[in-house]
Structures are given as structure tokens and as C-alpha cells.
Ligand binder design. Structure first.
Ligand SMILES: Nc1ncnc2c1ncn2[C@@H]1O[C@H](COP(=O)(O)OP(=O)(O)O)[C@@H](O)[C@H]1O
Ligand SMILES: Cc1ncc(COP(=O)(O)OP(=O)(O)O)c(N)n1
Length: 277
């Protein structure tokens, strides 16, 4: 740990309704008791229904924001979310490389609403420049399919995908998340370079899953910043996101946000958590 408290920097886009992007990351860092910092890549006009518009910040201004943070409060871990263009990816890769900071990449491509958050032509830059720097990469099933140009139909194929992302694309560890499987279980699979680990939970029947991937990868970044192993960080992330989904807040007209303090309700008597169920 570099400072008096673990520190994490998120580099990502925004969600003004607070369920995904930088807003979700900062809420999660606070809940995990690490000091959160943020660099904005794109300002997104979005809500629980979908994305209405996007403004990308100039790449050199993203670089200036990163430099402002890194020369002053160097984070223990950097996490990235929405990075829309190749130009942004190169600038971010150069900074992570220059300062040798552990790195969690959530390879955000398409929101659950179906809106594209990454230029499709940037895929190769993500593979060439960002994945080799990754301590952990956390694709959902469609993202893993895009990265590997192959379809994933089962948990066994997700395990193969995680192995390939490490051995062929150069990440140190890969978690292929199971939110998009169509079955009774949400099984995340981690390959940490040594072995495969499965993290299964019962699938919760809800439409309120906006920002699950952002929140999950933010927990992993926070736990790594505390000095925990990749395995323990993923285990904590799975517990945290399951409670965040279970006690989701039923906000908005579409796919609502998760509850970033849901894990705190687990130990409460049922009468005290009724409004969340
Ligand atoms: N309905 C659900 N029930 C339980 N866990 C879920 C559900 N949907 C997603 N998850 C979990 O949320 C996390 C994020 O997964 P996913 O939704 O696939 O990511 P993304 O938001 O990037 O699409 C994973 O741990 C996944 O297993
Ligand atoms: C600014 C921003 N970044 C990422 C996402 C995607 O979030 P994710 O956690 O994958 O969840 P969904 O939005 O897909 O439900 C986003 N929407 N906005």
C-alpha cells in the first residue's frame, strides 16, 4: 500500500443516473473502504432505459487528468471501464505502463440496453495495448466472444475462453462473467494462470442489473488494492454483486441500478430490509 489507505483510480465513462460507470465505481470503492479517484473518458447521457447521447473527451485531456492524479496520489490499482476509441486506449496504456500500476480492465463494449460504448474498430487496440497490461480482465460472455472471435455456449466453453485470454492475449488473469448465460445459475469462471475456479450462484430473477459489470470489477480493484489475491478479490466481488442484485432498489423505468450497500442488509432482520425485496 502506497498511502495511509488503499487507493484506486477508475478511468471510465459516466452514468448520470448513478448505476454504472464512474458513479458506480466510486460508490463501490467507498463501500469497500478504499479511497476512490476518477478520470472521465466520455460523458454519457444515459439512464435505466438506454443511452441518449455521448460526448467523448479529447484524448489529450484524458491524459492530462491521468497525469494530475498519478503525479500526486499514485493509486495502488487502476481500473478502466468505458474507453470508446483507440486513441484513448493508447494514452491510457502508456500511463499504466509508465507507472507500472496493477490494472483491472472491464472491457466495456455494449451496454445491456444494446447501445455501443466502444468503437468496434478499437477491439484490436484493446487486445494489443491494454490486455497485456492487465492484472485481471473481466469480460461478460459477449465481450469474451468478441475478444476471441468465437461463441461461448456453456460454462466449460467460458473456462476455455478464460484460459485463452490469458495464454493467447496476454492478460495475467481472466474472469468470464456468467450474467448472460441463459440458465438457472450465474457462474463466473476465473483462470488465474495456474487453475480454473468456478463461482456459481443461483440466478436472481430481476431486470435490475444495470451496472453489474462496473460494480463487480470495481470490487476486484478495491480488494487488490488492499493486497488481496486475485482469487480472494473475485470471491468478494461475487458475494458483493449478488447482494447488490438481490437487494436492488427498483428505481427507474427500465433496468434499474443495483444496491451498492446490499451486502450490509444480509445480516439484518427481515423486517428491516423489506423495502428492498
Ligand atoms: N440475474 C443475476 N443473478 C445473479 N447474478 C447475476 C445476475 N446477472 C448478473 N449476475 C452477476 O453479476 C456479475 C456481472 O455479470 P454480467 O451481468 O455478466 O456483466 P456485465 O454487466 O458486464 O454484462 C457477475 O458476477 C454475474 O454472475
Ligand atoms: C459509462 C458506462 N460504462 C459502462 C456501462 C456498462 O455497464 P455494465 O456494468 O456492463 O452494465 P450495463 O449498463 O451493461 O447494464 C455503462 N452503461 N455506462
Amino acid at each position: 500500500m502506497k498511502h495511509s489507505i488503499p487507493t484506486v483510480l477508475t478511468i471510465a465513462g459516466t452514468d448520470p443516473t448513478g448505476g454504472a460507470g464512474i458513479q458506480a465505481d466510486l460508490k463501490t470503492f467507498q463501500e469497500r473502504e478504499v479511497y476512490g479517484m476518477s478520470v472521465v473518458t466520455s460523458i454519457v447521457a444515459q439512464n435505466t432505459v438506454g443511452v441518449q447521447d455521448v460526448e467523448h473527451l479529447p484524448a489529450d485531456f484524458i491524459q492530462k487528468q491521468i497525469e494530475s492524479v498519478l503525479v500526486d496520489i499514485s493509486p495502488d490499482v487502476i481500473k478502466t471501464g468505458m474507453i470508446a476509441t483507440s486513441e484513448m486506449m493508447v494514452i491510457i496504456a502508456e500511463a499504466i505502463d509508465k507507472y507500472s500500476i496493477p490494472y483491472v480492465i472491464d472491457p466495456v463494449m455494449v451496454a445491456k440496453s444494446g447501445d455501443h460504448l466502444m468503437d468496434v474498430n478499437s477491439k484490436q487496440t484493446m487486445i494489443d495495448r491494454l490486455l497485456p497490461l492487465a492484472t485481471v480482465v473481466t469480460p461478460n460472455i459477449p465481450e469474451a466472444e468478441v475478444l476471441l472471435s468465437e461463441s461461448i455456449e456453456s460454462v466449460a466453453e467460458a473456462e476455455d475462453a478464460a484460459r485463452r485470454i490469458v495464454h493467447e492475449l496476454g492478460a495475467n488473469a481472466a474472469v468470464v462473467k456468467g450474467g448472460h448465460h441463459v440458465n438457472d445459475e450465474a457462474v463466473d469462471v476465473l483462470y488465474d494462470g495456474a487453475g480454473i475456479h468456478r463461482f456459481p450462484t443461483a440466478r436472481i430473477n430481476t431486470k435490475h442489473t444495470h451496472g453489474t459489470g462496473c460494480t463487480y470489477s470495481a470490487v476486484i480493484a478495491a480488494e487488490l488494492a488492499k493486497g488481496n489475491s486475485v482469487y480472494d478479490a473475485v470471491k468478494t466481488a461475487k458475494l458483493f454483486i449478488t447482494d447488490a442484485i438481490r437487494y436492488s432498489l427498483k428505481l427507474g423505468k427500465g433496468n434499474g441500478p443495483t444496491n451498492h450497500w446490499g451486502y450490509r442488509l444480509q445480516g439484518l432482520p427481515k423486517r428491516n430490509r423489506r423495502i428492498f425485496q
